[in-house]
Each structure stands twice: as structure tokens, then as C-alpha cells.
Design a protein around this ligand. Structure first.
Ligand SMILES: [Zn+2]
Length: 123
């Protein structure tokens, strides 16, 4: 049996079972550490799974905003610094952010016709 499931560690989607053999089993991207540049002395590094420095910075911002008050979205961006776990080299990344309007459509059910009213109107 195969399933396309969301990895509990990194949040990415991947195959399990026999389809993992065909398409390649999921492996989590490496761990990076990230923090907001402006408040770096007040906050600890946050660990995120990411493919590279920019990916790490944007994933960090996504989590930071959804755990807080969407301050990065409100400010239109942030400066973030990231480093690969266990490495000293720090990369500063500029983040620009915008919120995207989303519209959800749900068709209404037609209103039920009252059969008594219909016959009354027909007279
Ligand atoms: Zn994973």
C-alpha cells in the first residue's frame, strides 16, 4: 500500500510504500537555524528544515508569522539570518512578504419548494 503523506518532521509531502520505491522515498531536507536580524540578541535560533539559505529564511518567516501576529506580513518583509545546523557561516536574507487575497466559493443548495404553496399559487 502506498500513500502520499505529509512528513511529520519537515512538513513536506512524500510517498510511502511501493510508490516510494518508484518515485523515490522522502528524505527530510537538512536543518537550518534562523532568527530575525533586528531582534537577534533577544531570541534564540529557530530550527527549520530547508533546501538552502533562502528556503530556510522563508520557511522560518512562515512559521514566525503564523505563531504570532503576522508582523512580517504587516511590515512587508524582514531581515533574517540563517545558518546550517552545526556550521558557523551565517547568511543574511532579505524577506519580502505580501498577503494574498483568497476567495472561497460554496454553491448554495436551491431552496426547497414548499408543495402546499405551489398548489395554492396554481389555483
Ligand atoms: Zn521530512
Amino acid at each position: 500500500m502506498s500513500d502520499y503523506v505529509r512528513c511529520k518532521s519537515c512538513g513536506e509531502w512524500g510517498w510511502t510504500g511501493e510508490l516510494a520505491g518508484r518515485y523515490g522515498a522522502h528524505s527530510c531536507p537538512p536543518i537550518w537555524e534562523a532568527r530575525i536580524l533586528e531582534t537577534k540578541w533577544e531570541n534564540d535560533w529557530t530550527e527549520v528544515h530547508a533546501r538552502d539559505a533562502e528556503d530556510a529564511a522563508s520557511r522560518f518567516c512562515e512559521r514566525y508569522d503564523s505563531d504570532g501576529e503576522y508582523s512580517i506580513i504587516q511590515d512587508g518583509g524582514a531581515e533574517v539570518e540563517v545558518r546550517k545546523l552545526g556550521e558557523d557561516e551565517i547568511t543574511q536574507v532579505e524577506i519580502s512578504a505580501e498577503s494574498v487575497p483568497t476567495y472561497y466559493a460554496h454553491a448554495r443548495r436551491p431552496e426547497p419548494v414548499n408543495p402546499e404553496l405551489k398548489t395554492a399559487e396554481g389555483k
